[in-house]
Design a binder for this molecule. Structure first.
Ligand SMILES: Nc1ncnc2c1ncn2[C@@H]1O[C@H](COP(=O)(O)OP(=O)(O)O)[C@@H](O)[C@H]1O
Ligand SMILES: [Mg+2]
Length: 303
């Protein structure tokens, strides 16, 4: 992970501080399997430097932005970069305080307290990823207020207080532009440093495609980057809805082409068919047809 950061040109000073952080804190064996090498790397030097600086200062992070801007990938990469166990905490309208902090359960005929992921992150010095934090109700999130304060702690009603381990950080993610998403309340937002995640740039997308599909020909790598860039432009000018700007869908399309599906069909399955408005869908399809003919065969795209 550190080699990757060096290669990406992250400021040496930050790498050095990261190394100090990593050697300063050990990990309990019971959560050691939560320190993982990420499946994907996040590309974007500026965002990396902002996130590392904030976390090194002891801040907690809120990553906001449209879908598929790599919020979860970055959060996981950060846990790996700091060498800390990762706790994924998916939030929804049904999340209550007990599912975050923990609750009483029966074990061997007696009542014992079973810690939730927020308490575990706090105690083990983990990185707690509060995924889609704005989906949760304010009542449930209130337990986080104290945890996120300077020298935070968590009050477990009827039990102890858990002081936040000095290596513990929370990274919240929040999509906007989705139906059903709410604004985060001010008291909570003010406890985070907020990074607004940009859509992946053309250069980084080319890099991502190269690392995911090493045998994709350079010419087709460029074609896919252009397609994504054009979708982005159409989104910005509000000609199409952001549904079509789906990097996950683009990656899925390329995977389907690798399996042998025709490129045009794969782009429709991965991206085009997600748009239900016929006019918008036509616009997107035309955009594909500029670069990919009906007859284009899958094999020609790979070397
Ligand atoms: N800057 C980036 N660097 C690397 N991968 C990215 C980047 N932006 C998006 N992705 C890719 O987009 C997909 C979705 O990422 P994810 O983290 O789940 O997005 P989000 O949580 O913002 O919706 C992943 O396949 C990821 O690799
Ligand atoms: Mg996400």
């Amino acid at each position: 992970m550190l080699d990757f950061l060096k290669k990406e040109g992250i400021h040496p000073h930050l790498i050095q501080e990261l190394e100090q952080f990593r050697s300063a804190f050990g990990t309990e064996p019971e959560v050691a399997n939560r320190i993982r090498t990420p499946r994907y790397y996040y590309y974007g030097t500026k965002i990396w430097e902002e996130a590392l600086s904030a976390l090194l200062c002891g801040e907690h992070l809120l990553l906001t932005g449209p879908k598929a801007t790599g919020k979860n990938v970055l959060a996981e990469n950060l846990a790996a970069a700091f060498g800390r166990p990762l706790f994924n905490i998916s939030l929804s309208i049904n999340t209550d305080a007990a599912s975050l902090i923990g609750s009483d359960t029966w074990k061997n005929g007696e009542v014992t307290f079973r810690e939730g992921p927020v308490s575990q992150s706090a105690r083990f010095g983990g990185f707690g990823v509060l995924d889609e934090i704005n989906m949760a109700k304010n009542e449930a999130l209130a337990v986080l207020h104290e945890a996120l304060d300077f020298r935070g702690s968590i009050d477990v009603p009827g039990y102890d207080r858990i002081d936040l381990h000095p290596a513990c950080r929370f990274i919240a993610t929040m999509n906007y532009g989705y139906a059903g998403t709410r604004e985060l309340n001010e008291a909570l937002t003010s406890r985070f440093v907020v990074i607004d995640m940009p859509p992946i740039s053309e250069d980084y997308l080319a890099k991502l495609l190269r690392s995911e599909f090493p045998d994709l020909s350079p010419a087709w790598n460029t074609q896919f980057c252009r397609i994504f860039q054009e979708l982005q432009k159409k989104c910005e000018s509000a000609e199409i809805s952001p549904k079509a700007l789906d990097l996950r869908g683009l990656l899925a399309s390329v995977r389907l082409i690798k399996k042998g599906l025709s490129p045009l069909e794969a782009l429709r399955l991965g991206i085009g068919n997600k748009i239900f408005d016929p006019y918008e869908r036509k616009l997107v399809d035309d955009l594909f047809l500029i670069r990919v003919s009906e007859k284009q065969s899958a094999a020609e795209l790979f070397q």
